[in-house]
Design a protein around this ligand. Sequence first.
Ligand code: ATP
Ligand code: MG
Length: 603
Amino acid sequence: MRLSQMLFVTLREDPAEAEIPSHKLMLRAGYIRRIASGVYAYLPLLLRVLSKVSAIVREEMNATGAQECLLPQLQPADLWQESGRWNTYTKAEGIMFSLVDRRQQEMGLGPTHEEVITAVARDMIRSYRQLPLHLYQIQTKFRDEIRPRFGLMRGREFIMKDGYSFHPDETSLKQTYQEMYTAYSNILRRCGLEFRAVEADSGAIGGSGSHEFMVLAEAGEDEVLFTEDGKYAANVEKAVSLPVDAEPSAFQSYEKLETPNTPTIDSLAKFLKCSPTQIVKNVLYQVTYDTGKMVLVLVSIRGDQDVNEVKLINELTKLAKDYGGSTVIALEVPAAEAQEKWAAKPLPLGYIAPDLADDHIQKGVENLAPKFLRMVDKTAVELKNFVTGSNEAGYHVVGANWGSELTLPRLAVDVRKASAGDRAIHDSAQTLQTARGIEIGHIFQLGTKYSKVLSATFTSEQGEEVPLVMGCYGVGVSRLAQAAVEQSYDKDGIVWPVAIAPYQAIVVIPNIADKDQVAAAEQLYQDLNAAGIETLLDDRDERAGVKFKDADLIGIPFRVVTGRSLKDGKVEVVQRATHSSQELVVSEVVSTLRGWVDDALKG
Ligand code: ATP
Ligand code: MG
């Protein structure tokens, strides 16, 4: 392609709308243009990158025997009502765009395709003889994200490869899951990304496993905890660890003490000259179930620890049926405004005890459980002679014990957040390290969650009608493209991994008034393309400096310049990643670049 004929517009300045480097560079280098919040035009250079990523994804998926298909983006509400997700997705979480057609039928734009694929399977899979089966697609997804940001990283319209597998049993599912783990690792490696596969939360669905593929980068929205020995890595949402031991209590007898201005653990520990590990803190949450029912939750946990809200949601989901629901749709720390709706009297915030009386909740508030749901984290269960609130502002109790001054909540749970510096469970000599990650892929053992509700069954070898066992696997194709930039850029611009660069080489003519330069460049441009090296020709009427800057900015791996050394039959060849430059005899350019490209693609 000739730059003179391309839509080629680069910006010198960082656009105001972008915060992270990859987003700025994608805009500046002319890969994307913003059309609306979280909605982007994918310009020609980006489309080439996306096609390359898609091609790698296809190769790796097809190699496992998965088959490509294309499912509708426009999906009928009935299917989602059948699975029980319509209200949660369109109203509660509101992630799904929905509309009403001319026949007054409700439809949604697919944020994901479990419902559709399960409906296909229910119609077409009859017998164990058809199993296992794995279908995938590469397609645009729509999600009305609360906070679309960072360009392609979190869009409201984005490209995903999603695949769904069907199995006669768990063993077969596990085998495909393992193959997907390998395929996903291959995809990321071949795209030139540094990544880590981490254990992930499989949430309310339960199931026996889920892994996320994280591209490590400062701008990542996820936190990953891992050990140096390489044996453990998990999303912080899922991570487990050994907490530090609690220090023995300094208080031997039960007493209520005046502790003015000590609403935080730090201020209290300082005032009482005790360790935060001797304190039981009580955190108030408000949970909303899919039925609209709200419950106030009081979690008692050791003072130096924090609540992992994902783990707490998982515990609360297990209790959903007690409140007539099946899933949690919101969990929040009730702000002052929310408290006004239900508090019968002021709450002793900062001084709450595990036995905060239920009469703090107004009677008869619609959709609100009249009693606190009390939970205690395992770290707090073991404490003796601890410090905790007194339910009176300005006072705490010390030397308290479960079973004497305070009743131990019936629900003892593990909702503690693991954090960097904790000891690892598999080896207490290892401490957890932290890194930021961008979630690029997620593989998931679904089990029978969807097949059961949608009645997708098959006849087993024993002749019984049983639900299909399912897995699902997603890669964010457009997010991956930008994550590659986030991981690989320098002060001059993007440094594409060769495997997904829009073009592999660019031939630059420093001075288009020089006929020899033009002729040599034209010939090289023809020869490189003929040799299968995807090559651009910068034949614009621009200053040489501008052309070099642009070539660096758009991140083409190899640059060939038909400049001064042409009189000696040579051209300059520059590697984008290292800026290393050398002069090559014109006749050696094609074979040299062919070698470099082939080497890079081997990876
Ligand atoms: P996240 O936690 O980042 O919101 P998710 O867990 O909801 O993602 P999945 O449903 O597992 O995402 O989707 C599979 C993949 O699709 C993700 O791993 C990610 O790469 C990509 N993806 C998800 N949401 C978006 C988005 N809004 N924009 C771009 N890519 C996305
Ligand atoms: Mg995910």
